[in-house]
Ligand binder design. Sequence first.
Ligand code: ZN
Ligand code: ZN
Length: 318
Amino acid sequence: MKKHSNILILLAFSTVVFFLACTKDPEIPVNKIVYKTKNVVVVVVDGARYTETWGLPSRQFIPNRNAMLQDGVMCSAFFNNGYCFTNAGHSAITTGVYQFINNSGLELPQHPSYFQYWLKSTGRSSSEAWIVATKDKLAILSDCLEPKWQGQFRPNTDCGVAGLGTGYSEDSTTFMKAKNIFVTDHPRLMLINFKQPDQAGHMNDSAAYLQGIVDTDNYIYQLWQHLQMDVFYRDKTTLIVTNDHGRHTAGHLDGFVSHTDNCDGCKHIEFFGIGPDFKENYICNKPYDQIDIASTVAELMGFSMPTSNGKVIRDIFR
Ligand SMILES: [Zn+2]
Ligand SMILES: [Zn+2]
């Protein structure tokens, strides 16, 4: 009798062990792809119009990105299909949701960003996710209004002169700050904003606008070289370059000076990508959307982002 009950206990124990083994890690789908990418850097060149970047046949203002295309991808039909303002464009990039949002830094995005999703899913420190922006008002990207998320899982920020309400900094300063943070904190997620094409455009200074596109192209090249020299980042990092919005096409009263509406100049933006999981020397002509960046970052970094309305930019993957 004793022997029988021992066997029964053993059987029951084995069943429990078997059941636990089968139900382990229920959140990890069976066929989930593991990418080589372990870090993602998104650079937003503020207000550069497509017709002065990739849309110009000579690509004379972005010679470095044009050369980097040998190892990367470019989407020729990439659009801001939401609101063509700085904070709306940036929050669409980070949250994967188009929303009309105050453009002066007075309103947080409605939904959590890919920074918050990643910090929550990994339990990593906020110093491993950074937002570095020339425009102080972009500090809003580090938080959101969704009650379950507000004030939690926030990335570090260095925006403008010294944070929200302190005014714009200079792109050269932002470039140096970003380089330093790569060394000191080794962030795995970073968003960098450069202001100059936009600011010069608003001042109706076309020479400074074009120079801003040239200078930011140079910063992007130097940042990429810097990452390739660091074993922490080399062959494990994806760089994405995009815009928050373009600028009006000719025919508007104030020409290229502003950006606000649904004209092609405002909506048509850049998508350039380079990294171990993207194709090389590839131009994607299929239409994609600004909100697709959030879902693509989530895919590369292996977390889910249920509130994003974007889709993964599959065509550019190897
Ligand atoms: Zn802008
Ligand atoms: Zn327009």
